[in-house]
Ligand binder design. Structure first.
Ligand code: HEC
Ligand code: HEC
Ligand code: HEC
Ligand code: HEC
Ligand code: HEC
Length: 431
């Protein structure tokens, strides 16, 4: 009560946002500075500034004679697409900044989900800001309302994310599948006792103020930085912070166990990898661009007996693909069965992914390398990840769509919990 009374004069002084103001995240920053600061460094703010996005969209529009239309910007610059400000996304740099990202009001006025792919989100045109609070403190700036689609405690909140995170290309092939993958795990099953929505894992809760105005109380608020694997490849707010958060998230994602042992097949090196943190496959989403891989080596004293996955910076992971290389990601193929980077031509894919926790409790894969008569004294392994690999970027450069300076811009991440060491006397392999 006290809060409301104290704020009453302020309420009258504060005019309600106009539609133009509501479309601009900068307006929200006045009262929601934390959400704004976190968001402005996120991939949601970056999505149509991404030079790789711009290059791939340009290549796609050219290759399809414009038939791609708003397909890409429907998700990457969704407000511009919704308001009809761009037909193909080739003119994004002529639009105001407020139209280029996945903006505050774009997410917060969602009032329904149709298709669970290719952005089937429905929006109310009432400028009511929907969120997870059932008791929002009133503000004159905007009306507020509770929405289960925006409440990470509700399974249905994953549909809001999934509708954009699952991509079906024109041939009908499901290119990106984070929601579909999540939906088959125990995290999507209310009765499993392990329920976790996209928001549970990707929007950390912490104690803070949802707004710095109108006497807003301390309560649980949610981080809007959305770090995962992509970093801005251009000057962008919060780039270093994003990189640190990405490392923190990737580090515990994959757990490993390395064993060297003897069987009737000779000496075996067995590596077990477990997806302990991702609520879907790993990698997920744009797995056609992602490249996770194992670097593994065995030594006798100081002598190298065996190695695989020792990829140099600037070299594509699949450039020297051998049978010994263990990698994770998707490959996509066109109608002639030829591998392509052109998602608009893709009709089929091949996946090598670590599975999410399925209904039988499986979330791991084991791989064996055979060393024959060689007897190591020491072995080590680690998993690396690149969000985008050099072969894909080179393909964009070769077509003149991407500046060659980006070829060396994508970092290689090491996943700390995947680091495994073995040094022991070789025993019999367990069954
Ligand atoms: C990708 C969608 C998305 C975008 C973009 C987004 N939000 Fe949110 N926001 C959410 C969701 C989902 C929640 C609710 C989480 C919950 O309560 O479980 C939320 C919660 C909030 C809340 C309530 C307090 C809190 O932190 O939980 C505020 C205020 C808010 N957002 C403001 C903003 C502002 C301002 C921006 C832009 C700078 C923004 N949001 C961008 C999805 C989004
Ligand atoms: C004049 C200050 C002010 C401005 C400007 C403002 N808000 Fe708010 N907003 C508030 C207050 C106060 C609350 C209530 C906070 C609470 O209850 O803890 C709130 C709550 C919210 C919520 C949570 C609603 C719920 O029920 O969970 C969302 C989402 C939100 N605002 C989004 C936005 C967005 C997006 C913008 C910019 C388009 C914006 N706000 C601009 C003051 C403001
Ligand atoms: C309007 C469509 C849209 C909605 C809704 C949306 N996203 Fe996104 N999201 C994107 C796009 C597009 C990107 C990729 C941007 C880029 O990397 O250029 C992205 C990026 C991300 C990333 C970073 C991925 C990476 O590889 O670094 C995370 C994490 C994420 N979203 C989680 C969520 C969650 C959780 C929700 C629901 C609360 C959500 N998104 C809702 C479109 C959306
Ligand atoms: C149980 C926790 C959990 C749940 C639930 C979850 N995620 Fe994730 N997600 C992770 C972890 C951990 C990673 C890997 C760490 C990283 O990439 O930084 C990840 C990675 C991602 C990425 C990066 C893509 C990649 O290469 O792996 C996207 C995009 C994403 N999640 C979206 C979603 C969406 C959309 C949902 C809901 C449908 C969801 N996540 C549900 C934990 C979760
Ligand atoms: C249904 C929504 C949707 C559509 C349609 C879509 N994307 Fe995306 N895109 C996403 C999401 C979500 C991610 C992030 C997934 C992840 O992090 O794994 C993403 C990631 C990307 C990335 C990787 C970001 C990076 O730099 O690592 C590029 C590039 C990209 N999209 C380009 C395009 C192009 C070009 C098109 C049109 C041919 C397109 N997208 C169509 C949602 C979409």
């Amino acid at each position: 009560m006290f809060g409301l009374l104290a704020c009453a004069p302020e309420l009258e002084a504060e005019p309600a946002m106009t539609e133009a103001e509501a479309l601009d995240p900068v307006t929200c920053a006045a009262c929601h500075p934390d959400q704004y600061d976190q968001w402005q460094g996120s991939m949601h703010a970056y999505s149509s500034y991404d030079p790789v996005f711009i290059a791939l969209n340009a290549a796609g529009q050219r290759a399809t004679d414009g038939a791609l239309g708003t397909f890409c910007i429907d998700c990457h610059a969704p407000m511009a697409s919704k308001l009809g400000l761009s037909g193909d996304g080739l003119d994004l740099d002529t639009l105001p900044a407020s139209m280029r990202g996945i903006s505050c009001t774009y997410c917060h006025t969602v009032d329904g989900v149709g298709d669970l792919y290719n952005n089937g989100l429905g929006h109310a045109d009432d400028l009511v800001q929907r969120g997870g609070f059932s008791d929002p403190v009133p503000t004159a700036a905007h009306a507020s309302a509770y929405s289960p689609l925006h409440d990470r405690a509700e399974l249905v909140s994953s549909d809001l994310c999934g509708s954009c995170h699952d991509v079906v290309v024109p041939s009908g092939m499901q290119l990106e599948r984070s929601w579909v993958e999540w939906n088959s795990t125990q995290y999507a099953t209310a009765t499993s006792g392990l329920q976790q929505t996209c928001g549970n894992c990707h929007m950390d809760g912490y104690e803070g103020r949802a707004a710095i105005s109108d006497g807003a109380p301390l309560r649980r608020v949610h981080d809007h930085s959305f770090p995962a694997v992509d970093t801005a490849l251009i000057e962008f707010p919060g780039r270093e912070e994003q990189a640190e958060m990405i490392q923190d998230r990737l580090d515990p994602t994959v757990l490993s166990e390395l064993l060297v042992c003897a069987s009737e097949n000779g000496v075996e090196m067995r590596l077990r990898l477990e997806n302990v943190a991702a609520g879907h496959s790993w990698p997920s989403g744009a797995a056609q661009h992602r490249r996770g891989w194992v670097e593994i080596a065995a030594y006798q004293g100081e002598t190298l007996l065996f190695e695989a996955g020792n990829t140099a910076e600037g070299e594509a992971v699949l450039a020297n693909e051998t049978d010994d290389l263990w990698w994770f990601g998707d490959r996509i193929f066109d109608g002639d069965g030829i591998e392509t980077h052109a998602a608009w031509d893709a009709v089929s894919y091949e996946s090598k992914l670590l599975p999410g926790l399925d209904q039988d409790g499986d979330n791991h894969v084991t791989r064996t390398w055979y060393l024959g008569e060689q007897v190591p004294t020491r072995a080590e392994a680690i998993v690396h990840m690149r969000a985008l690999d050099v072969d894909f970027l080179q393909w964009l450069v070769d077509q003149g769509d991407l500046d060659p300076s980006y070829l060396s811009a994508v970092p290689t991440w090491d996943l700390a919990a995947s680091e495994a060491m073995w040094s022991d006397i070789i025993g019999r392999c367990p069954e």
